[in-house]
Design a protein around this ligand. Structure first.
Ligand SMILES: [Zn+2]
Length: 271
């Protein structure tokens, strides 16, 4: 959801909405303008039981770029039970491109004295395995990216991988898509957090992002009973299907524009 850039009329009440004074949802060819009063907002929290009431862990990486197979982790935040957090910087052994440093603020100089990838990735992989052993769900916003990168980093540095087949993942990016079916437009972490009223002041700091992702996950479950009441194993299956739907939806558009296609089977990790 974003601010409307052009004058229009509210989709719900037909009031005139001047540029910049309302919101815009949808996608090219299917844009919808809303006045502030009618802007889409999430339903209220319900009283149902669900995974918003069980302890969830959360993980986020900052990285050298956007390719999970070739880019590297430069910082990590592993949030477990309240008060238990592991955060660290990583010297990736390769230069951090200026464009990536501009996103997260971590430069070669700042990482020069940090532990190397092999040591750091082992910390992350060991912790993820403890979640598998404890059957604690792991929140990762856009898991297909972070977890695919974690697996690639494990293999690159000879680190034992977590048992992926038993890992329970809660991906607010995918769950949100399953609920909204893409109808609310761009849904980066900052967008979804704003929509659910979750504070995120230091976006692109691994700890801030991991916290916000977990808080968003809780809101999704608390405000959408049909999703929140699912068991985590069942939720895994639903997310696989939602991710596939989202990829097909994107691909239909991407084919008309000659853009790169997404693999519908790439959740929670690329095949
Ligand atoms: Zn209106």
């Amino acid at each position: 959801m974003q601010t409307n850039r052009f004058d229009g009329f509210c989709d719900a009440c037909s009031a005139q909405v001047l540029a910049g004074s309302g919101s815009l949802t949808g996608r090219p060819g299917r844009w919808r303008t809303w006045c502030l009063a009618c802007s889409p907002r999430p339903p209220a929290r319900g009283r149902h039981d669900g995974w918003h009431r069980v302890p969830l862990a959360s993980l986020d990486f900052e990285t050298t770029g956007i390719d999970p197979l070739s880019d590297r982790v430069v910082s990590y935040a592993l949030l477990d039970e309240p008060g238990f957090e592991i955060v660290g910087l990583v010297n990736p052994g390769v230069p951090v491109p200026a464009a990536s440093a501009a996103v997260h603020g971590l430069t070669d100089q700042m990482l020069a004295t940090a532990p190397g990838s092999a040591e750091s990735i082992a910390v992350v992989a060991d912790w993820v395995q403890t979640l598998v052993d404890r059957e604690v769900g792991l929140v990762v916003f856009n898991a297909s990216y972070d977890l695919t990168m974690l697996r690639a980093e494990c293999r690159r540095h000879g680190v034992t991988e977590p048992d992926w087949s038993r890992l329970l993942v809660v991906d607010p990016f995918v769950v949100d898509w399953g609920i909204e079916r893409g109808g609310l437009g761009r849904r980066r972490l900052t967008d979804v957090a704003a929509y659910y009223g979750v504070p995120l002041e230091d976006a692109h700091d691994a700890t801030a992002d991991a916290r916000a992702a977990r808080d968003v996950a809780v809101e999704l479950a608390a405000r959408h009973a049909h999703v929140g009441a699912l068991g985590l194993v069942e939720l895994m299956e639903r997310q696989r299907a939602w991710y596939a739907d989202r990829a097909e939806d994107w691909n239909a558009y991407a084919r008309t524009r000659g853009r790169d296609l997404d693999d519908p089977a790439a959740w929670p990790l690329a095949v």
